[in-house]
Design a protein around this ligand. Sequence first.
Ligand code: DQA
Length: 152
Amino acid sequence: MNKILVLNGPNLNLLGTREPAVYGRDTLADVEKLCRDEGARQGVAIECRQSNHEGQLIDWIHEAGREFAAGSLLGVVFNAGAYTHTSIALHDAIRGAGVPVIELHISNVHAREPFRHHSYLSPAARGVMAGFGVAGYGLAIAGLVRISEGRA
Ligand code: DQA
């Protein structure tokens, strides 16, 4: 069975209690279950990881690149949190790894503070999902499956 990696970056471990008016009341565990359920519907295995550390996220993107090259991974759904707006290193990691990445944001970052409007990841991402709440994770998984089948 093919696999999708769902990566969550800094502060997303606080989902459920962190600014619920912006991010909702679902916890990270709820989100990971939602992802596994969508994976089961799509016939792909889902692996979920979260880190607050940029270097760890970079290492996981590199690992994903190797698995993609080996044919055992379809791609990555990646909510990089605030690193989206700061990290040239994550941009370089995505480009260097050559793995399809869907950049994901729970909130509509373009309707928020100006410092959230720029993303270093978007130019390196295969697709971008923002503003669908946590449901966006399931939509991104379905979209990545379509991409892998040449249907998007
Ligand atoms: C976020 C948006 C980012 O601007 C923010 O720093 C986050 C979460 C989102 O999911 O909406 O941590 O990526």
